[in-house]
Write a protein that binds this ligand. Structure first.
Ligand code: 13P
Ligand code: SF4
Length: 303
């Protein structure tokens, strides 16, 4: 089957099943092109919370599909490839978090959405890369805050607020591949270019940036800023969307090594099979879902 046949079949099955396709900004170009909505973790969560569809095909990684399940217990959430996980989310477990909480019994817990549902269930509030500063500032209690699992996002937020954060020792294996020397090399090659980076980057990379933005924040910046050339410090899948939406502007990856293999597991064929076979369904158990939803709802209430 060629890709136009696959696309036609996907559209037919979408109508038949009343399905919507959500895709993260890092997905491969063909998948971005068939999506009803492309966005960052926050945008995808909010869209998932508002959809009237019966079925959500989630083209992203596992924690994102779980968040859709947390917000939509009555809908069918499908992942075209169930092996698409997030190594950072796997760097924390609910038991490990509970053990840290016993050492800091008064601390509030802010968990990045890149966490398993069980961890969200033990958290006071969630955040994403686009709202982490606001979420931390929304906590009235000025005592300690456990911020998990991304130590670099935690460091960045602590430089932007005057709150005491207790970091977790997690990180994104893709974003740590972007090195300060990559930014310096690209700046030398493109002296007029602005530098935008994701807050999952290391502090030495963040220091060299003009703007620190979530993936959708980057898309907005590219459209609204006067910059005609932009060096992009995040997973390189986003360059497709940036170039498509901003004809005439030039985008350069900070590093060609910044590839998230899990984000590349979803293909057009797998999206089709997923709708044909109604696989792979992601459903968070009800007792965990109810507690995790409180943390996700609190986040959605702040933004
Ligand atoms: P965004 O919320 O900025 O899209 O980030 C999600 C993610 O996994 C980044 O690596
Ligand atoms: Fe997880 Fe990093 Fe991949 Fe984002 S880019 S899904 S944080 S491993």
């Amino acid at each position: 089957m060629n890709s136009s046949d696959i696309i036609e079949k996907i559209h037919g099955l979408k109508r038949e099943r009343n399905a919507v396709i959500l895709a993260h900004n890092y997905q491969i170009s063909e998948v971005q092109d068939i999506a009803d909505y492309i966005g960052d973790s926050l945008g995808l969560s909010v869209t998932a919370s508002k959809t009237n569809a019966d079925v959500i095909v989630f083209c992203g990684v596992h924690f994102m599909a779980e968040t859709a399940s947390i917000l939509n217990p009555d809908k069918i959430i499908l992942m075209p490839d169930i092996n698409a996980g997030c190594p950072m989310a796997d760097m924390i477990t609910a038991n490990a978090l509970l053990s840290l909480k016993t050492k800091h019994p008064k601390a509030k817990v802010v968990s990045y959405v890149n966490t398993p549902a069980e961890v969200k269930a033990e958290s006071d509030i969630c955040c994403t890369s686009s709202n982490a500063i606001n979420i931390v500032e929304s906590i009235m209690d000025t005592g300690e805050i456990i911020f998990a699992p991304d130590k670099y996002l935690s460091h960045y937020v602590s430089t932007q607020t005057n709150r005491k954060l207790i970091p977790w020792d997690g990180y994104c294996p893709t974003h740590v591949k972007i090195l300060p020397e990559d930014i310096l090399r690209q700046k030398k090659s493109y002296p007029e270019a602005k530098v935008i980076v994701h807050p999952e980057c290391t502090p030495s990379v963040i220091q060299l940036a003009d703007e620190v933005l979530s993936t959708s924040g980057m898309c907005k910046y590219a459209k609204t800023s006067d910059a005609n050339e932009i060096i992009v410090g995040t997973e390189i899948g986003i360059l497709y969307r940036l170039s498509k939406e901003n004809l005439g502007k030039k985008f350069y990856p900070a590093s060609e090594n910044a590839i998230c293999p899990n984000m590349k597991l979803t293909t057009l064929e797998k999206v089709l099979w997923s709708l044909e076979d109604m696989k792979y369904q992601v459903k968070v158990p009800e007792d965990i879902r109810v507690r995790a939803k409180m943390a996700v709802d609190r986040m959605i209430g702040v933004i």
